[in-house]
Ligand binder design. Sequence first.
Ligand SMILES: NC(=O)c1ccc[n+]([C@@H]2O[C@H](COP(=O)([O-])OP(=O)(O)OC[C@H]3O[C@@H](n4cnc5c(N)ncnc54)[C@H](OP(=O)(O)O)[C@@H]3O)[C@@H](O)[C@H]2O)c1
Length: 322
Amino acid sequence: MSTQSRRLGRSDIELTPVGLGTWQFSKGRGLVGGFWKSLDDEATTAVVAASLERGVSWFDTAEIYGRGESERSLARALTTLKVTPGSVRIATKWWPMLRTAGNIPRTIDERLECLSPWAIDLYQIHQPFSLSSVAKQIDAMGDLVEAGKVGSVGVSNFSANAMEEAHAVLARRGIPLVSNQVRISLLDRSIERNGVLEAARRLGITLIAYSPLAQGVLTGRFHDDPAAVASVSWGRRVSGSLGPAALKRTRPLVEELQRIAAAHGATPSQVALSWVVSFWGDVVVAIPGASKPSQATEAAAAMNLDLGRDELERLDRLSRQT
Ligand SMILES: NC(=O)c1ccc[n+]([C@@H]2O[C@H](COP(=O)([O-])OP(=O)(O)OC[C@H]3O[C@@H](n4cnc5c(N)ncnc54)[C@H](OP(=O)(O)O)[C@@H]3O)[C@@H](O)[C@H]2O)c1
C-alpha cells in the first residue's frame, strides 16, 4: 500500500487509502457520544495534527457524533493547525432516523456552519432507516449537489439493493453515488456475502471501511491485557467482542497479526489496516478512529506498509476461520 490517492467512486475527489474517523470527537454528548471517552480540544487537535503529519488527506464525521460536536471539534482543530480550506477533504453524514427527506435541506446549513470554513466534500445518509423512501432521501441529497452545497453523495450501512436503488436515482440526474460506508475488518467480512462488494465493484462505488480495527480488538491490546476491558465504556463492553470467549476466538488471528507486524517492524493495527485497504484492491478505503495522537500516527503510517501476497492470504485464511 502507499499514500497514493484513490478516486472516491466516480467523482474527481482523491482520498488517501487511510483517512481519520472522528466519532471519538463527540465530547460524550448525544445518542452515541458516550461510547468513547470525552476528549478536549487540545486532545482532538493533537490527533488531527498527527494524522496530517503522516499524510492523511481526509476526515469522516457525522451530525450524530455529539450532535455536531465532532464536526465542530474537527473544524476548530483544522483552523488551529492553519490548514487551508480545500487542502483536505471532509465527509459528514445526515442522521435519518425519525426524520423525513425534508429534513435534509432544512439542516444542511447547520452542518455547513458546524464545519465552517470547511466544505462538505462527501455527504452521506448515515443509515437506511428514515420516514421517507430511499428515493426521496437520495433526491434531496442530489438537490444539495446541484445547489453546490455538497461535493458528492454517499450512503452508509446500505444493503446492496438499497445501494443499487440510490445509485439508479442519482444516475437519472447524472450524479454518481460515490460511496457506501460499512463495517469492514478482518473480523467482519459481510461485504463478501451480502452483495455489497460485488455491487460496489460493478457500479464504481468506493466502500469506506468503518471500525477497521474492530474498535481496538485487532490491535491485540485486550488480548495482551484482558483487565483493560474494564476501562472501556459499557456500550463497548457489551458489543460482544471483548468477552473472554470472544478474545479466545480471535487470539490466533491477533497472534498472526503480531508475527507479521514483527517481521515488518510494524504494529498489529498497521497490519490489520493495510490488509483492509489492500485485500480487495482499491475499492476499499478505511477510517480508523483514534483517541490519542500515537494511535493516529500509527494508523496513518500503515499506508507505508506493503504486505506480501502470502501474508494477505494467510490473514485471509485465518480471518475466515475466526
Ligand atoms: N457509519 C457508521 O455507522 C459508523 C459506525 C462506526 C464508526 N464509524 C466511523 O468509523 C470510524 C472508526 O470506527 P470505530 O471508531 O468504531 O473503530 P476502530 O477504528 O476500529 O477503532 C478505534 C479505536 O481503537 C483503538 N485504537 C486505535 N488505534 C489503536 C492503537 N494503535 N493501539 C491501541 N488501540 C487503538 C482506540 O480505542 P480507545 O479510544 O479506547 O483507545 C480507538 O478509539 C469512527 O470514528 C467513525 O468515524 C461509522
